[in-house]
Design a protein around this ligand. Structure first.
Ligand SMILES: [Fe+2]
Length: 231
């Protein structure tokens, strides 16, 4: 299992590091890597710009501290794997696979999350449009049923994790899935919209009322970005 995790995560990393610019929408959009090292991406809006739906303090801690920790952990894991590989110790290299999955997933997921948010009324909120709206209508019966389905999925996460609206890149079609911890969306599934259900994403503002956060976050969803991720 560990070695398959290693393969999955290292191939994603290779894909990301091949390009000097952020890689396209296949799960790594906006993920920043400079000379093979992961870096914290800048936000296109101020920390306070998503208020009152997500507080500026949460955004600052979430981006500057939590995301930075995933960036640091990813770089440390990659370094340790490379050192072990250089010594031909593949068992040791594989032992870092869970760390690579956790921190690499954390970096990828948060990079996608910042981009699929925007200040309310300035790209955030409203609903899906165009081809995305059509697909959502066909699959879920409309935006409101999708919102309810994702909120139910978010509420059902035990512990920490994410809910994602995904598109199947091979068979086509949309679905809602959840991922535990920082497991990234992989395989043929392409992440379109991710909502962070970790306590660090809401607790400072909403405490135990996480359903209120799940309702509020829709006011700051950047549907243009979500639509562009769909192929
Ligand atoms: Fe988070």
């Amino acid at each position: 299992m560990a070695s398959s995790l290693l393969r999955t995560s290292t191939s994603a990393l290779r894909a990301a590091t091949r390009s000097a610019k952020p890689v396209g929408a296949a799960g790594l959009a906006g993920t920043s890597f400079v000379r093979g090292k992961a870096t914290l991406p800048d936000l296109s809006y101020d920390y306070g710009a998503l208020e009152p739906h997500i507080s500026g303090k949460i955004m600052e801690l979430h981006h500057k501290n939590h995301h930075q920790t995933y960036v640091n952990g990813l770089n440390a894991a990659v370094e340790q794997i490379q050192e072990a590989q250089a010594k031909g110790d593949m068992a040791k290299a594989a032992s870092f696979a869970p760390l690579l999955n956790f921190h690499g997933g954390g970096h990828i997921n948060h990079s996608l999350f910042w981009e699929n948010l925007a200040p309310s009324g300035k790209g955030g909120g409203g609903g899906p449009e165009g081809e995305l709206a059509k697909e959502i209508d066909e699959t879920f019966g409309g935006f409101e049923p999708l919102r309810k389905k994702m909120n139910a999925a978010l509420a059902g996460i035990q512990g920490s994790g994410w809910a994602w609206l995904v598109q199947d890149g091979e068979k086509g079609g949309l679905s809602v899935i959840t991922k535990a911890n920082q497991d990234p969306v992989t395989g043929s599934l392409k992440p379109l919209l991710g909502i962070d259900a970790w306590e660090h994403a809401y607790y400072l503002q909403y405490q135990n009322r996480k359903a209120e956060y799940f309702d509020a976050v829709w006011n700051v969803v950047n549907w243009e970005t979500v639509g562009k991720r769909m192929s």
